[in-house]
Design a protein around this ligand. Sequence first.
Ligand code: WQD
Length: 337
Amino acid sequence: MPTILLTGATGYIASHTWLSLLSSGFEVLGVDDFSNSSPLVLDRLRELCGTRPVFERLDVTDRVAMHALFARHRIDAVVHFAAFKAVGDSTARPLAYYRNNVGGLLSVCDVMQANGCKRIVFSSSATVYGDPPSLPIREDSPLAATNPYGQTKLMGETMLRDLGAADAAWQTGCLRYFNPVGAHESGRIGEDPRGTPNNLMPFVAQVAVGRRPHLSVFGRDWPTIDGTGVRDYIHVCDLADGHVAALRRLLDTAGCFTVNLGTGQGNSVLEVVNAYARASGREVPVQFAPRRPGDIAACYADPLLAQQLLCWRAKHDLARMCADSWRWQSLNPEGFQ
Ligand code: WQD
């Protein structure tokens, strides 16, 4: 079976994709610099797979190290996860985000091209849509990144589009994630944000497990079902399977594609809080706070194109997302230790 290189391999979505690829019969080579993930993920993957993960520590912007990697391994395709991903942090540190996210993709593509490897799946994001004029969001909706993180994702997509147009041998798949949540059913890997979680579900999980006193709900006057923000939450294992489906298409079919990876279902902050309280059996106290700068009222996908192109659709519902997230959080109250 083909060998797939995962960059950012010990991160949240990549580690779950690693498991999906192995269970689908692929060979996997992972690289990461541990700038935003723990080496302990490798121990958990070994426990779950029964074999030692094939891994090398490196920074994808280091072209010399990347060339040496390609010289030691036969690599049939790359899934590029390595990137910084915090919206607020990107506004404070734009150069770091452009250097790491755009520079990292450029380095990976340069080295792939020099080594004759021209299949890449790119981790993009629904943040490229900005504040959508209509819902659900289709792939031909207007693109309007409103923060440096979103701009780096938009630039990455543009780079790959131009690369595919310049050289038909390149096959690229851009996956626009909506809101990834949950954890592998084993509870042995999951989302482990450093410091204060930016995102809703890991924050709710830390309230439920007693690490934080309450959740601040950013706005209750949005034009939504209950006044709180609505998003398309997708189980990280469904997302991982979407990457396997995208790779299968790249390995079987010429050309490039960009698809949404979402459920098509929107849920409000309060619906998530209530679902989490039910799944965990724990109270999740909330306090209402002002809107967060840059937030939007609602965002959820039209998932049809991924169903058509990848023969993939999300299977897990919000209750399952919360149950799996809670299992991970309750078994690992302090994350990877
Ligand atoms: C979801 C909802 C908040 C935290 C961002 C990025 C996106 C992707 C996912 C990387 C909103 C509300 C949140 C809290 C709250 N990241 N909320 N209290 O903003 O939709 O998307 O993360 O790829 O690119 O833009 O996700 O989880 O931060 O917020 O009320 O403490 O929860 O206002 O309505 P978001 P989120």
